[in-house]
Design a protein around this ligand. Structure first.
Ligand code: HEC
Ligand code: HEC
Length: 228
């Protein structure tokens, strides 16, 4: 009896360990559900490759960051140097910013520099003209933001200009269309898996992030109930 009891517990333990992954990407790959999909989206979104360009508020100024330790961008770069883009037809064009001759594009080109410490860069034909720049401060992402916090931010019509301002959680059809497009095509999102020499790529693969995003948006973009 005692032996059977112990064996039972051993099986339970194996079962429990078998289901818990330190890595949300592995958990999603093993068992793809809308919940595990969003946890993988969260793992990617809070990675330095995504967080660094979305920037941090410091003394009232939004600043990009660099490196796996997300330190402030050298040379005092801030949103003062940001580019503004507008869409003309299907092409993004720069809005002239006469007050600031130095901007992100002065250093960040269409491809990565070929040595560590050189400026990264990205561009593609899926979103022509969508070049290296920072989003508005309402879209700041942080490395320690919770799963629920991120979910609420993405769906909040007041915070996100392109995914949610056409409805967000009030218009999930448009949200899905915009989010699909953004994750699939955006050269800056894709860059996170090809970040150039000396930078750790975002977890998993771009193709798997696309799968996770499609699973999550097709299920109606559910947010977790508890703050994980
Ligand atoms: C004067 C040149 C220059 C300008 C202007 C500039 N950058 Fe950079 N940027 C660099 C260099 C050089 C690096 C590489 C630093 C490193 O890897 O240590 C870099 C790295 C970065 C990274 C780091 C990526 C990562 O994950 O490690 C981000 C994000 C970034 N820049 C964003 C911006 C944004 C946004 C702007 C415009 C608001 C901008 N930069 C303007 C030179 C510049
Ligand atoms: C080089 C800078 C840069 C990098 C790197 C970057 N982003 Fe962004 N991201 C932007 C810009 C700029 C926008 C805003 C476009 C706009 O709406 O004006 C944006 C917007 C977004 C939005 C949409 C918010 C909205 O409502 O439109 C999400 C979600 C997002 N990024 C996620 C990511 C993820 C995930 C990664 C990493 C895999 C990433 N970003 C990497 C610059 C960057």
């Amino acid at each position: 009896m005692g032996k059977l009891y112990l064996t039972g517990w051993a099986l339970v333990m194996v079962g429990v360990t078998g289901l818990s992954y330190a890595d949300s990407y592995q958990a999603f790959m093993k068992s793809p559900t809308p919940e595990s999909a969003f946890e993988y989206i969260h793992q990617v979104t809070t990675h330095p490759r995504c967080v660094n360009c979305h920037g941090v508020m410091k003394d009232g100024v939004q600043r990009p960051m660099v490196g796996d330790d997300s330190r402030l961008h050298p040379m005092n770069i801030s949103d003062v140097h940001n580019l503004r883009l507008k869409v003309e037809g299907k092409i993004f064009v720069e809005v002239a910013n006469s007050s600031q001759p130095v901007n992100c594009r002065s250093c960040h080109q269409d491809a990565n520099g070929d040595a560590p410490g050189m400026p990264p860069g990205a561009a593609n034909d899926l979103m022509p003209g969508f070049v290296w720049h920072m989003p508005p401060p309402t879209m700041i992402l942080t490395r320690d933001m919770g799963v629920k916090e991120l979910c609420e931010q993405l769906l909040d019509p007041a915070r996100n200009s392109f995914l949610a301002f056409r409805g967000g959680r009030n218009d999930l059809k448009t949200f899905k269309k915009e989010f699909d497009h953004h994750v699939n095509d955006d050269p800056l999102v894709r860059w996170a898996w090809e970040p150039g020499p000396g930078r750790t790529p975002a977890p998993g693969t771009h193709a798997d992030l696309v799968k996770a995003m499609q699973l999550w948006t097709s299920a109606g973009a559910p947010c977790p109930e508890t703050a994980l």
